[in-house]
Design a protein around this ligand. Structure first.
Ligand code: NDP
Length: 330
């Protein structure tokens, strides 16, 4: 498959060029708002074409588009790709508003192209084992979950995420969407209600760099989620607890296939074996399966809309001091 990359971004350079190539695909062109940046990116990654305008896509025989520009720019690129009949893999959060995210999904549906949201964590083997154990009933009745997803934003990423609200900055849009997708993948349900508090520790300008929230799910399960940009020494992890057993994953919320997963019940505690498959490569493989009409684990466009709906509800709750019912469009 031949791909166009929109955004000469960090994630594209660090992970997605390699992920696409690992599936036997080719990155044909990179598009940046700045032609010099596009050329530099193309040179350093061995990409044949660089452009400052998406108009270049029409003549390059592209099949799919990967969008990793800042979040407020995703919509225009998705609508353009859909108009060209290209399959779309878009970064999270899909957009900065639910209405925009819905327009993106609708445009892809009308064009008959596949739309994926690049929620990579569901491709970590720990997530898959947790989902399987839960589905097998090994935990009994599920009662609670905890997501510790507070990290330290590395210096080279301390730009728009901390300074530009219009680009979708702030830790909630950046990380709560991942937590919503991970929990939905494991539990098979999305929260109906959230209550949240956010704070600013001085890293971000005019927005939150720390957020804690509690989410209530239709089954009655409650989940605590912590997302932060400001904790250099905190471990990340995800736990799910039931009446018959608990799953505890530590370090399983990174970009690489790191971490450890333990299962504990009345018989004792055991570490579950994890594979080391690259999460983003597995994501691209699942995108292929979706295009081929095969069963897949890709987060589709609607999953991206739903994870965004949860994050926006978290922000609303923090702003209003009230519990907020999550609004899922459609
Ligand atoms: P970057 O800040 O690296 O890139 C975003 C855009 O900023 C680029 O497309 C580029 O615009 C511009 N830019 C980048 N570097 C420079 C620079 N040195 N000077 C000027 N402009 C620059 O963002 P990320 O890679 O961190 O994130 C991009 C998207 O990917 C976001 O939607 C984010 O949420 C998502 N993301 C997803 C992850 C995941 O695991 N799924 C992980 C990390 C990010 P242009 O292309 O026009 O030059």
């Amino acid at each position: 498959m031949r791909w166009a990359f929109i955004g000469a971004s960090t994630i594209a350079g660090e992970w997605m060029v390699a992920a696409v190539r690992s599936a036997g695909d080719e990155v044909v062109v990179v598009v940046s708002g700045d032609l010099a940046r596009a050329r530099a990116f193309a040179n350093s990654h061995g990409i044949a074409h660089a452009a400052a305008d998406e108009a270049a896509l029409a003549s390059l025989g592209v099949d799919a588009i990967y969008i990793s520009s800042t979040n407020e720019k995703h919509e225009a690129s998705v609508l353009h790709a859909a108009s060209l009949g290209l399959h779309v893999l878009c970064e999270k959060p899909l957009a900065t508003s639910l209405a925009a995210a819905q327009r993106m999904v609708q445009a892809c549906a009308r064009a008959g192209v596949v739309m994926g949201t690049n929620h990579h964590l569901r491709h970590n083997s720990a997530h898959r084992q947790m989902r399987d154990k839960i589905q097998q009933g090994a935990l009994g009745r599920l009662v609670s979950a905890r997501v510790n997803h507070s990290v330290y934003l590395p210096a080279h990423l301390q730009g728009w995420r901390l300074k530009d609200k219009g680009a979708g900055g702030g830790v909630v849009l950046d990380i709560a969407v991942h937590n919503a997708d991970s929990l939905a993948f494991l539990l098979g349900e999305y929260p109906t209600e959230v209550v949240a508090m956010t704070s600013n520790s001085g890293m971000a300008e005019g927005m939150e760099d720390n957020a804690m929230s509690v989410w209530r799910f239709p089954s009655g399960l409650t989940a605590f989620t912590h997302q932060g940009f400001n904790t250099p020494f905190a471990d990340v992890g995800l736990e799910v607890h039931g009446t018959q057993g608990s799953l505890k994953g530590v370090g399983i919320l990174h970009q690489g296939p790191d971490g450890r997963l333990d299962f504990k019940n009345a018989q004792g505690e055991q570490a579950l074996p994890l594979d080391q498959v690259d999460l983003y490569s597995r994501g691209v493989q699942n995108f292929h399966r979706a295009i081929q009409g095969l069963p897949h684990d890709m987060a589709d466009g609607q999953a991206g809309v739903r994870s965004l709906a949860v994050a926006l509800a978290v922000l609303e709750s923090a702003q209003t001091g009230r519990s907020v019912a999550v609004q899922y469009p459609g």
